[in-house]
Design a protein around this ligand. Structure first.
Ligand code: ADP
Ligand code: MG
Length: 730
């Protein structure tokens, strides 16, 4: 019996045992495994505590003199929880998280065994992580990178089974100073936007001294039975199905969306939520998504750096907890063809240290002007750097979503909502007129009363826009479900920092020439609206008309990763990232190279899988069934049955023969195409070729014929679990 039937049978015979942690109040466990400021107060001396708090608030390095005191405090706390090992926890450019555990245990020179965690080990480590992607920054012979503590994200204890490890969130940098991870540039982008936004805020309120970007992600994912998944080598190795005919029922009835959560999945959710709460991840919502077996969870928003750490941690927790439930979580953007893929909407805003959300319309003319300023600057930034935003979400997985049959499109546009579009239109319509004190009229635009109702109300939501204003925040919807949000967040915050800085310069210029402050602000706001209005789109982002319209407007529409990544290497991009202190040229070039290499490897793996599965599963099953047909036809012929009575069998046989030979020919040709690609030395050209000459040319053709065979060959011969089993059995 093939693995497929074993899996189905096991699911039928034994209801998988489900571990459900008893439910407690979230507040009783929330943050229990986190070294919070409150815990720090308990475990640290006054001096160490003050130094830690200063570092956290000011984003500054830990004072070496007190590092050992802090380390001792953290160790004492961790040991009270039964922790024996510690690790620097970081986010290399592989897209997952990395750890290398060291024991607290050590030997003194006289051989005495002790437990120790010194300040040096807390602050900096050399993981000798020479095998992480570096885009050539570190040649492997001098493979030295180090990790350094990021005190703005707290240490935490990770529990795996009954093993507990103290994790210290760190950045990962080369000895030459270049960043090798997602976190280091993100922290730099956050510093850049803080400065630029405070400078603009001070037009309105001198008391604002810090602006913190906020992020609330919405994680979509699929959950399927592990045994069934294990019978699909493509799911094991690439997290997506490379073959599979559409089941009779997909998502057309829309009976899964927001439906009652299936019991096994519900137990899994509660379990991973519990783990997440202990780690301080503030999960808030859970629900079924549109596609069968698709779900979503979302937290309460947090400061961006912490939110990013929490999302990467959550993905890790989900994958591990799923195993306990004998389930498999798929974070891939498009695990199944023909039904919805998964994204990770990034809800983003800016918060001041005076407690104001800068993207929330205000109550007074002054605060409304401040809102309008940040609102319009965001639109302008997206307009000016749409290509970079597109690059920041480019990946092999996301290519199946963006600009494919499904939204959001690869065209970056902004949805403002009906009311604000009208406001922008009114301001824009006054080109040529001079703003003066009269313009109190505009300043008094009654934003605060109309906007919240209009925009917080779902009726004015546009679900097809990749970048939508949703009442008090923007929602960047094009981010892929498996992505590290840091990539998108680094770019978004950098382009807005840049735009705000230029805004400040322009407004200051007008004020110097004698304009009143409000008048100067309105002038530049109006100028930005005019300059960026072509990025605004309120209609159906999935429609063909929009694709045409966007082309007329000159908006970029880059559908594949290798080409989308080109945006990273323009002179504009280089100077933008350099000026904002986020990436120097070398770092940007290295990242470009790493992303291309990742793309190539993924397409390569999928191509191999297609070849393997075709050769070892599909063709053998088809040939076996051919033999059944042949025996049948021969038998009928032998006993003298009229040929017209087995014409159907002959026709089926013929069809199967055709599919088999087409599959074989295409797989062979694909192997040859891969060889040609593999000999290419230029990474960009190789990635483009892998996309055009391997993926585009062969994946769909082979799949088409395999999926046809799936419908022709007897079910019992088919070894790969079918879509209906993957999506509906649990
Ligand atoms: P949707 O209706 O789009 O599914 P929700 O209203 O459930 O989304 O919320 C989406 C996310 O937006 C949540 O994670 C929430 O915390 C986040 N969010 C709300 N306000 C802000 C903000 N000011 N900054 C960043 N994220 C926010
Ligand atoms: Mg949303």
């Amino acid at each position: 019996m093939s693995l497929r039937f074993h899996a189905i049978k096991s699911l039928q015979n034994t209801a998988p045992e489900v571990v459900v942690n008893q439910s407690t109040k979230v507040t009783a466990i929330f943050g229990e495994n986190v070294f919070t400021i409150k815990t720090a107060r308990e475990y640290l001396s006054d001096e160490a505590y003050k130094s830690l708090v200063t570092s956290i608030r000011g984003g500054r390095k830990i004072d070496r003199a007190v590092a050992s005191q802090i380390a001792n405090g953290i160790r004492a706390w961790a040991e009270s929880k039964g922790v024996t090992h510690f690790t620097h926890w970081f986010q290399p450019l592989t897209g997952t998280t990395a750890e290398k555990h060291d024991s607290f245990f050590t030997l003194k020179s006289d051989g005495t065994a002790i437990e120790e965690f010194d300040g040096g080990a807390l602050i900096q480590q050399e993981p000798d992580a020479s095998s992480f992607p570096s885009g050539g920054i570190r040649a492997t012979f001098e493979a030295r990178g180090y990790t350094a503590w990021d005190p703005s994200s707290p240490a935490f204890v990770m529990e795996i089974g009954n093993g507990k490890t103290l994790c210290i969130p760190t950045i990962f940098v080369a000895y030459t100073g270049e960043s090798l991870d997602y976190k280091a540039p993100l922290l730099k982008a956050l510093a850049a936007i803080d400065k630029a936004a405070v400078d603009v805020c001070n037009y309105f309120d001198k008391n604002i001294t810090k602006v913190t970007p906020t992020l609330g992600w919405e994680q979509e994912y699929f959950v399927i039975d592990e045994a069934i998944a294990n019978a699909r080598p493509d799911l094991i190795l690439s997290d997506r199905t490379v073959f599979g005919a559409s089941p009779a029922k997909g998502q057309q009835l829309e009976d899964h969306y927001f439906g009652s959560i299936p019991e096994r999945v519900y137990a899994f959710m509660r379990d991973f939520e519990t783990e997440s709460y202990k780690l301080g991840i503030p999960l808030r919502t859970r629900h079924n998504e549109v596609a069968p077996s698709q779900f979503e969870c979302a937290p309460i928003f947090e400061e961006v750096n912490l939110a990013v750490d929490h999302n990467t941690l959550l993905m890790d927790v989900m994958l591990r907890v799923a195993k306990r439930h004998r389930l498999k979580v798929l974070l891939h953007e498009k695990p199944f063809a023909g039904i919805n893929g998964s994204g990770k909407h990034n809800n983003w805003s800016l918060a001041t240290d005076t407690g104001v959300n800068l993207l929330s319309p205000g109550k007074t003319p002054k605060t409304n002007l401040m809102f309008l300023t940040f609102f319009v600057n965001t639109i302008k930034a997206v307009h000016d750097y749409a290509d970079l935003l597109r690059a920041s979400i480019a990946s092999a997985g996301n290519d199946f979503r963006l600009g494919a049959n499904e939204a959001p499109p690869a065209i970056i546009s902004v949805f403002a909502g009906e009311y604000l579009s009208r406001v922008l239109g009114e301001i824009e319509g006054r080109v040529g007129e001079k703003f003066d004190e009269q313009d109190e009229a505009i300043l008094k635009l009654d934003l605060h009363r109309s906007i919240p109702e209009l925009l917080l109300d779902n009726t004015d939501r546009n679900r097809t826009s990749p970048f939508a204003f949703t009442g008090n925040k923007f929602e960047f919807r094009a981010v892929g479900s498996s992505a590290n949000c840091a990539n998108a967040m680094t770019t978004l915050n950098t382009i807005i920092a840049e735009t705000l800085r230029n805004f400040r310069k322009e407004v200051d210029g007008l004020i110097e020439k004698g304009d009143k402050k409000e008048v100067a602000l309105m002038h530049v706001i109006q100028k930005y609206i005019v300059e960026s209005k072509k990025v605004l789109f309120e209609g159906d982002g999935y429609s063909d008309e929009w694709e045409k319209e966007a082309a007329n407007r000159g908006l970029p529409n880059v559908k594949t990763t290798p080409l989308a990544l080109d945006a990273m290497l323009t002179d504009r991009a280089k100077s933008l990232f350099q000026k904002n202190g986020v990436y120097n040229h070398t770092e940007l070039e290295a990242r470009h190279e790493i992303e291309l290499e990742k793309y190539i490897k993924i397409v390569q793996i999928e191509a191999r899988l297609i070849g393997d599965l075709a050769g070892n599963h599909i063709l053998p099953a088809a040939i076996k069934y051919q033999n059944t047909l042949i025996t049948n036809i021969k038998g009928l012929k032998d006993i003298g049955v009229d040929e017209k009575n087995y014409a159907t069998q002959i026709d089926m046989l013929q069809k199967i023969c055709d599919h088999i030979s087409t599959i074989r020919e295409n797989v062979d040709a694909m192997v040859e195409a891969r060889k040609v690609c593999n000999n290419m030395t230029n990474t960009r050209e190789k990635a483009i070729a892998y996309n055009a000459d391997v993926k585009d040319k062969y994946f769909d053709v082979i799949r088409y014929h395999v999926d046809k065979l799936e419908l022709l060959v007897a079910d019992e011969e088919w070894t790969l679990p079918k879509y209906r089993e993957l999506l509906f059995l649990r």
